[in-house]
Ligand binder design. Structure first.
Ligand SMILES: Nc1ncnc2c1ncn2[C@@H]1O[C@H](COP(=O)(O)OP(=O)(O)OP(=O)(O)O)[C@@H](O)[C@H]1O
Length: 316
């Protein structure tokens, strides 16, 4: 279990963390989500004793990292894909880590095998692609068969097979009762892998919840309808106060004729029956869910440190 309590950290004028508190529980994958510069890496570095917080603390299985007797067995971390010595082979890099942490040599070959690095294990780490370096960092994190995993953007640079492998690894570790903390910018990725969710923006915890709760609360349903009889459609719902009918933009996938509307507050089956009774002609009638990514972006929109301009404005 990883407990973070009241962590604050300022870098000169930048308050990177502000009273950050959350727990990554045993048996769960905890997604740590936030936009660029939100404070994810700073929190993880503080957990691993790599930076000293101004206040607060982080505990790994109840102890500060610095007091762990066998740190690699307590926690495996991927913080920086390019951390291996450039002129060392992947295997030598792992062997050096194993020797200094009392880990047997056979475990080195096990993690090389697990991470799919066998064919390049003798290659110099400095010549590795980002994806291979990421696999090597994960291999190093797994060396001590740790009870906790801290993975900072572990899927960066991985191909789809590698991404799936990281997902499976996280689930496998959690099922064994270990704690996995997984940072990402992408809600879609976290939603596929995590149980619990910690959302951070500009150094502040915005929400601690579970993925299933977040999905239930934020994936609002609506109905899209294309009809040549817009007045009839509006009249059908004119006395239903909970139902809203608003014009929507046509997409290339829509039929080329009729007007497009989005209806909220009514479910698909009821709407279909009501339309049939009223004799409303529809060319399209579908139920849609707002994407989780949209809900996450709405939550963090004001917390994004590096605001972008819409592409149309930049290229004008
Ligand atoms: N050593 C440092 N010196 C000065 N500022 C720093 C330092 N490390 C981090 N920061 C600043 O602290 C804030 C949080 O950075 P951090 O790297 O923790 O964010 P992040 O959520 O991991 O971002 P990303 O997703 O881009 O990796 C940012 O504004 C960053 O510029």
């Amino acid at each position: 279990m990883i407990e973070v309590e009241g962590l604050s950290k300022r870098f000169k004028s930048k308050q990177a963390l502000n009273n950050v508190t959350f727990t990554a529980a045993d048996g769960k994958v905890t997604g740590f989500l936030g936009p660029n510069g939100a404070g994810k890496s700073t929190t993880m570095r503080a957990m691993l004793g790599l930076i000293a917080p101004d206040s607060g603390h982080a505990l790994i299985d109840g102890k500060p990292f610095a007091s762990l007797r066998a740190p690699m067995r307590a926690v495996g971390a991927v913080l920086d894909a390019k951390s291996a010595h450039r002129s060392r082979s992947a295997r030598d890099h792992l062997l050096a880590l194993a020797y200094t942490n009392n880990i047997p040599e056979r475990r080195v070959d096990e993690v090389i095998d697990m991470t799919g690095l066998t064919s390049v294990a003798k290659g110099k780490a400095g010549r590795f692609s980002l994806g291979m370096s990421q696999r090597l960092s994960i291999a190093a994190a797994l060396l001590g068969d740790p009870h906790n995993l801290v993975l900072d953007e572990p899927i960066n640079g991985l191909d789809p097979e590698g991404v799936k492998w990281v997902r499976d690894l996280c689930r496998y570790y959690a099922v064994q009762g270990r704690a996995v903390l997984l940072s990402s910018h992408l809600m879609s990725e976290v939603a596929l892998t995590a149980d619990d969710l910690v959302i951070i923006g500009q150094g502040n915890i915005l929400e601690t919840t579970t993925v299933s709760k977040f999905v239930a609360e934020h994936s609002a349903r609506s109905i899209r309808v294309v009809t040549p009889e817009p007045d009839k459609l509006k009249a059908i719902f004119s006395s239903a106060q909970e139902v809203q009918v608003i014009s929507d933009q046509r997409t290339p996938a829509d039929p080329p004729v009729g007007e497009v509307f989005r209806i909220t507050g009514a479910d698909l089956v009821t709407a279909a029956h009501v339309f049939a009774q009223a004799g409303l002609i529809t060319y399209e009638l579908i139920e849609e869910h707002a994407s989780l990514e949209e809900a996450y972006m709405a939550l963090t929109h004001n917390q994004v440190e590096y605001q972008t301009k819409p592409v149309a404005e930049v290229t004008r």
